[in-house]
Design a protein around this ligand. Structure first.
Ligand code: B1M
Length: 227
């Protein structure tokens, strides 16, 4: 607990370090106060995300893998992360730019990890995309129905487990069968993926993080417009 710490007196670097510890300890109120303090100091929202929240979540992931943390603690950390992201959401999504295109986004079937996917959605909205977020545990049928209903330009799929990333191939095969594959750009992301996997399942691109997802989505929209 950092009850006695007055964050206003701490240098920015130390607040970022404290954020990583508080995220690890699942302290949502403290995370919210720290995010607000850093914004007051003029830090860019994306910097707070990567150097504070995501860095903290990386440490959680390492200790989860090594059996030091268990699901309840990781859930607390995820809750604290989401609380911090909620403060940043309007800033990441605030641009007022013209709609760039429509993205159907979801975490694939069998997988309930949604923090990275939510971040990608927020950043895409910030870049002017309309985002149809299908949530987690999304089946191929649900992806296809949403693509048709919203006339989507891009399908974004997220998977955090080696056991669920393979479902992306199932979705891409279903797109082909439905005659939709040429119509939609498929972008995939999530910690266990890489370029080779994306190529193997015939996705258009692998996106290592949310910023790259936005960059890649914009690039494909430009290619479409040029065609
Ligand atoms: Co899970 N979990 N988890 N977990 N969990 C991992 C993924 C794991 C790597 C932990 C570990 O062992 N080190 C491991 C997977 C191992 C593997 O498959 N090889 C694991 C495991 C094993 C499990 C369970 C099976 C544990 C169990 O029950 N025994 C279970 C599975 C449940 C299920 O899905 N069926 C499980 C459960 C959970 C919680 C529910 C407790 C919780 C999820 C809460 C939630 O999301 N609401 C959780 C968490 C939090 C994690 C870790 C610690 C953190 C994930 C995260 O949010 N990262 C994770 C360890 C890790 O990744 N280091 C772990 C922060 C986030 C911002 O990053 O999601 O990578 P990330 O997103 C990035 C990029 O990847 C990219 O951009 C994002 C932003 O920059 N990106 C995209 C992601 N999706 C994209 C989509 C795109 C583009 C880019 O579309 C265009």
């Amino acid at each position: 607990m950092n009850d006695e710490i007055n964050i206003q007196e701490l240098p920015t670097e130390e607040i970022l370090e404290l954020m990583q510890e508080d995220l690890y300890d699942g302290l949502a109120d403290e995370i919210v106060a720290e995010v607000k303090e850093l914004l007051k100091r003029g830090l860019a929202p994306y910097e707070i995300l990567s150097d504070g929240l995501i860095a903290g979540m990386d440490a959680v992931g390492d200790d989860f893998r090594d059996g030091i943390l268990f699901v309840p603690e990781v859930l607390m950390a995820a809750k604290a992360m989401k609380a911090g992201m909620e403060v940043l959401r309007p800033l990441l999504a605030e641009t007022g730019v013209e709609k760039t295109g429509t993205v159907v986004l979801g975490t694939v079937k069998g997988d309930i990890h949604d923090i990275g996917k939510n971040l990608v959605g927020m950043m895409l909205e910030g870049a002017g995309f309309e985002v149809v977020d299908l949530g987690t545990n999304t089946s191929a049928d649900d992806f296809l129905a949403a693509i048709k209903e919203h006339n989507a330009h891009i399908l974004g799929m997220s998977a955090l487990l080696t056991t669920t990333m393979t479902y992306m191939r199932v979705v891409i095969e279903a797109l082909k069968e439905a005659g939709l594959r040429e119509r939609v750009t498929v972008l995939v992301g999530g910690a266990p993926l890489n370029d080779a996997f994306a190529e193997d399942i015939e996705a258009d691109a692998y996106c290592r993080d949310a910023a790259i997802a936005v960059e890649t989505a914009k690039k494909y929209m430009q290619i479409r417009k040029a065609e």
